[in-house]
Design a protein around this ligand. Sequence first.
Ligand code: ATP
Length: 605
Amino acid sequence: MTPDDSKQNWRRSATLVLGVAWAADPWRTALAFFALAAQVVIAALFAYWLKLLIDAIAVSDGRAAVLGACGVVGSIAGTSVFASWGSRVLAGLSGRLRYWLNRRILEISGNLPTIDLHETPEHLTQLEALRRQQYQLYQAVPRLIALLASVIRMVTMGVLLAGVTPALLALPLFGIPALLVSPWTGGLFRAGEERTAEPARRAEHLLELTATAGAAKEIRLFRIAGELRSRFHAEHRRIRRIHHRLQLRAAGIGVVSRCFFVIGYVGAVALVVSLAAEGRATVGDAVLTATLAGQVLALVTGSAETLQLTVQSLVAAGRLLYVVDLERSVRDGVVATAEPPKALEHGIRLKGVSYHYPGTDHPVLHGVDLWLPAGQTVAIVGDNGAGKSTLVKILAGMYRPSSGAVLFDGIAVGAMDPAEFRRHLSACFQDHARFEFLVRETVGIGDLSALADPSRRDVAVERALDSAGASDLLPGLASGLDTQLGPRWPGGVDLSGGQWQKLSLARAMMRFGPLLLLLDEPASAIDAEAEHDLFRRWAVASRQAAARNGGVTVLVSHRLSTVRMADLVVVLDKGRVAEAGTHDDLIRHGGLYAEMYRLQSSSYR
Ligand SMILES: Nc1ncnc2c1ncn2[C@@H]1O[C@H](COP(=O)(O)OP(=O)(O)OP(=O)(O)O)[C@@H](O)[C@H]1O
């Protein structure tokens, strides 16, 4: 799915932004339109008042001369008043639109049930272009209004010129070639955006690397600053080359199309001058034609430019439409036919689960069949890249299996409402987020209902910190739970990698008695002994919780001394289940796990 040029899509894009503008600020939208329309009509009438004045002077008509003079002065003053008022209203409207459109983007990307949007190159290209073209998006409504005002101006001028001689109505037609090529150059612009999206993303990644403390160390250690700089230059050279070629083509098209108008302008003035010489037009008509013909030139070139800018804005709106449609198609694809179970009686089954990442055809998981009995703690082990984190994300419903299904007590996850389903889960992911909020909030957002209740939130957060082995963090923080995290914020503190990980773990512990607790290397940044100790406590706690609702805890860890405490150990190898059983069974079996365990134990001796 890519944004297309079809008429229907242009119309839908325009309707989308106008709908957002109306929802955001109906008064400003209406006032902006009124101010611009008034401005262009008054500006066009200037030529009429001038003609009246000149003709009145020619026939010594004092009253008509005064009226004409007042009209001339009034249209000059009116044009400038409405222009400055209109631009202020438009600026205010753009600000409101900026907020509303960003809010819509945030809503869509945050509410999609799966995380495909963030990992599919095709979707990323659209999102990236949308982010970079935000200005175009905010300007969509002002430009659409300006375009409409141009049409009104064209009609007003058409009526005035037809009053001199209907033949002058042909004058704006000479501007049509300039108008016609505008969407074409808009298409060039879009192609440029798409072609530069990837090099721009690469350049941004290089910039980000230089701004992160982690990369800063390695950049110095491996002395790769020069290498990064030359890669950055190379990406920008690619971007410049693409833009340069497109600008040249757009400029060429523009010059050729405007030549037609110059021919029409010269012809129109020559026609009225010859009519005046024959006595079939007045001197005022000649002045009106010369003035309006000049305005038509500005109007046509201005309209062509406004149309081109509008097209650019509608291209950006088309990308928003793409994301809106994506959200709709994902939502329509979700048909919740079953409620998640309140408690697990039997367990969780993975039935022939295969998965390949979007944009690749290489499966990362191959027909995984697994049975995770209710109330058990399950450890997943395997080499790097074996597919453990992918399996965890599938269990969390973040990815839909390419084939196969995950069933909770026989109910397929795909049949449940994703938001409802996730209310029964908790997780600490390997690539956990660093929410730079107050400590209380960074942990407490794991259970928004507890966080919203002042009488129990601190107790709940402290309990979660304790379960995550993170209580030792608080005494070191000047304002305890009220400490702002993140060095970018006033009074904010930064934490070590291990401390951030502990907070992420505490966030996962906020939810009481989930049906599935997923812990993907939750303690990889802390020492083995502390992890061992933590897992022993969780195993006891989850057995107690499991006695109530049959919840399953899944732990991914490379530390087999911790893993051995689990009720069930699953060994993944290249996306397949190689072995599954208790630690003792697997050691007796003498397979892959026994070999991994032997190697790890010997390295600790
Ligand atoms: N977003 C992604 N797009 C494409 N491929 C991916 C993506 N994430 C992971 N992979 C690939 O999927 C395979 C399994 O990755 P996964 O992260 O599940 O392994 P893992 O067993 O958790 O590894 P580790 O122990 O290193 O964390 C790897 O080959 C990896 O390159």
